[in-house]
Write a protein of this length. Structure first.
Length: 252
């Protein structure tokens, strides 16, 4: 009898699929996590509207000598059975982009339920930005355009921000999440405000190029190829938002 594989999610605060040295190190880490020398990896670019540029870049990052790469378009469906296709992968990579739109489209096609089966079957789920926050219960997103709610003075343009709460995540991972913590100036204050006002629950924030590796729902470690990048536990304690640094393991 084959032993049941552990569920795995590698959630990335920013970066993702790319040819620079930082992304290459992260992608090598994903491959190692799959325990396959040449894994089957599926790319789901729904959040960027099946962008041809994103798809082409994905194939450049994962050439045939590195992985058995394929992608799943949902805006121009092919004849593949979605469940059979996704459950026969070793890694599923979710693109960045518009998280809210992506989640809505996934629900229509039943991708949300298939991804849960994939996760339970031990397929490595990963992605950056939208591909990070989709796995949690709730998050900070720029999916909805400019908002003036809960914005601190001095934030954004004319005291407005593109950021807002999203409470319709897949919920495989408990709590809230915030990507690009050091990459976009509005991220930290908006996330803190949303937690302080109890709109979002306590959670995790990640700098760009930082990954949070979960095995069987437990945060095992953070990883990064970039010195100085960090992760943070962000929580509300006695009505004060507390930020606790989580030092990542340096990878290369």
């Amino acid at each position: 009898m084959t032993a049941k594989k552990s569920s795995q999610i590698i959630a990335l605060g920013g970066g993702g699929v790319g040819l620079d040295k930082f992304n290459l190190a992260i992608d090598n880490y994903k491959i190692k996590a799959s325990s396959k020398k040449k894994p089957k990896i599926a790319f789901i670019p729904t959040a960027v509207g099946d962008s041809a540029f994103a798809i082409e870049r994905f194939y450049r990052v994962f050439p045939s000598e590195r992985a058995i790469a394929s992608h799943l378009p949902l805006f121009s469906r092919d004849q593949r059975d979605l469940e059979d296709y996704l459950l026969n992968q070793d890694i599923i990579e979710v693109s960045g982009g518009n998280t809210a739109n992506m989640l809505s489209i996934w629900e229509i096609h039943g991708i949300d339920k298939i991804l849960k089966k994939a996760w339970q079957n031990g397929i490595v789920l990963t992605g950056a930005s939208a591909g990070m926050i989709c796995w949690y219960e709730c998050s900070v997103t720029d999916s909805f355009g400019p908002s003036s709610s809960l914005v601190s003075p001095g934030l954004g343009v004319n005291n407005r921000t593109m950021l807002k709460e999203l409470n319709t995540g897949l919920g495989f991972l408990k709590g809230s999440a915030c990507p690009h913590y050091n990459g976009e100036e509005d991220r930290r204050p908006t996330y803190e405000n949303l937690i302080k006002n109890k709109i979002l629950s306590d959670g995790i924030a990640l700098d760009d190029y930082v990954g949070a590796h979960y095995i069987n729902n437990k945060l095992i470690k953070l990883i990064t190829p970039k010195i100085g990048s960090k992760g943070y536990k962000v929580s509300l304690e006695n009505n004060v938002v507390k930020e606790t640094i989580i030092e990542p393991e340096l990878i290369s």
